[in-house]
Design a protein around this ligand. Structure first.
Ligand code: HAX
Length: 426
């Protein structure tokens, strides 16, 4: 049995050699080209980034290290961390030891709580999450080692230490934010005998009938963990860490991107939108009423939250996993029923308007309904859970980038004048 540090110490030199050979043999081969449309269009489809932790197939959805996400839904978040970092699932023995190791890293310094308590009482919970990550920064092991003067080929070792610390602490921080921000009473201390997902569910202090909330949180942390390298939170984390700003700075920056309504805030927007629906029609609307409301939203120039994706072109398998969970545990819940019914109505409408490339639900379309069912009605908080899950992916990506000894990220920008000259435009 190996520890994660030993496993990576074995693999990193092999990966490096492989990439060195690839660059040596094929360094000047072309893998992508950029059109004018792409340069002004959010670089959609431009292949200029490497991410080996996961890949999003337009039709199959998220694939983590070769495993489709639908095959990983019964795994613990710790197993996913191991998979993201090493490319393999842990043995049972490795998993159990790693769960224990991660539990030992959960302590959160008092200064973090004091900082959060000093923030305005109506701060957005995502702002609190980002500030908490920055407050933890003072203890960065990478920063301390860098100041001592370590070699570049060792950067990954200390980035890994920071990454594991951060991933382990953020659920504790997030549960503390929930209780503080919404007046739920004292913080509930961590229980190091539990895995990350179960402990997080317990620290929230919400009803947990038959352990269902624990199961939901384990699933939640797994499903949102990673989504290749080009999404806003992953890309931002990658860029900031490439400047050797440590993982706390980089993750905090990534979370500021996740807080946008076109990215991680969409789960909050979905719930708001569904509640408007409920208010308007009372109870679960008919298919016809849902159709009218969807058109009304579109005609008002707004997007349908939870639908569409920059890469996916089919129903997100993560949405399907939440739908299955809901059918199993809360099929009678009104909000869940609306989510399920919207799935029957919205794709056809989005297909009709023509311009939407992916008319199907993404992960955010279903997650909020389940949280609501288990008593978490503060939907502004939902993105925080996305954020602590996304720590798994973005931090693993940073470790791998340092393992590959990638340089600072610095693509070239050009001016409109330059583009006009280049393409011979008037
Ligand atoms: N409702 C209405 N219109 C939509 C739409 C939706 N759900 N999704 C896309 N469109 C529109 C776009 O606004 C765009 O219109 P304009 O040309 O008039 O600007 C057009 O369809 C083409 O967009 P696209 O190429 O299909 O989509 P993008 O890659 O530009 O954007 C988004 C992808 C996810 C941002 C987009 O689908 C959207 O805004 N969805 C709603 C918000 C949402 O659910 N976000 C969460 C995504 C998952 C995620 O990252 N979670 O963190």
């Amino acid at each position: 049995m190996a520890t994660i540090q030993e496993k990576l110490a074995e693999k990193v030199p092999v990966w490096r050699e492989d990439i060195r050979g690839l660059i040596k043999e094929h360094g000047s081969d072309v893998i992508s080209e950029v059109t004018v449309q792409q340069a002004y269009g959010g670089m959609r489809g431009v292949k200029g980034l490497v991410c080996d932790t996961s890949y999003v197939d337009p039709d199959q959805g998220l694939i983590i290290r070769g495993h489709p996400i639908s095959t990983l839904t019964d795994r613990l978040p710790e197993e996913i961390i191991w998979l993201l970092l090493t490319g393999e699932l842990p043995s049972e023995e490795e998993r159990d030891a790693f769960v224990k190791e991660m539990a030992q890293r959960r302590d959160v310094p008092e200064g973090v709580w004091k900082t959060l308590e000093a923030m305005p009482a109506d701060s957005h919970p995502m702002t609190m999450l980002s500030v908490a990550a920055l407050t933890l920064e003072k203890d960065s092991k990478f920063k301390a080692k860098y100041a001592e003067g370590i070699k570049k080929d060792e950067y990954w070792v200390w980035t890994l230490e920071d990454a594991l610390d951060l991933m382990a602490k953020m659920p504790v921080v997030a549960a503390g934010i929930y209780r503080m921000r919404y007046g739920k009473g004292e913080r509930i201390p961590t229980d190091t005998s539990l895995d990350m997902g179960a402990d997080y569910a317990r620290m929230l202090g919400l009803p947990n009938p038959n352990g269902e909330l624990e199961k939901l949180m384990q699933l939640y942390l797994v499903l949102h963990s990673d989504h290749e390298g080009g999404n806003v939170s992953a890309f931002v984390t990658h860029i900031v860490n490439s400047a050797l700003s440590n993982i706390y700075y980089a993750y905090s920056a990534g979370m500021n991107g996740l807080a946008g309504p076109l990215h991680g805030l969409a789960n909050q927007e979905v719930l708001k939108w569904i509640q408007k629906l409920q208010e308007r029609f009372g109870g679960v609307p008919t298919h016809e009423q849902l159709r009218d409301f969807t058109w009304e939203t579109l005609n008002a120039g707004q997007v349908i939250p939870g639908y569409g994706h920059a890469v996916l072109r089919q129903t997100d398998p993560r949405f399907k996993a939440f739908l299955e969970f809901g059918k199993k545990y809360c099929a009678d819940d009104e909000i869940f029923q609306i989510v399920a019914r919207l799935f029957e109505v919205v794709p056809d409408i989005l297909k009709q308007i023509g311009k939407v490339k992916d008319p199907y639900p993404n992960v955010d379309a279903g997650s909020g309904a389940l949280l609501w069912h288990y008593g978490m009605h503060e939907y502004e908080y939902y993105t925080v859970i996305f954020g602590i899950s996304r720590a798994l992916g973005v931090c693993s990506q940073a470790v791998i980038s340092r393992a590959y000894m990638e340089p600072i990220t610095r693509p070239k920008s050009v001016t409109t004048e330059w583009i006009k000259k280049q393409v011979g435009a008037a």
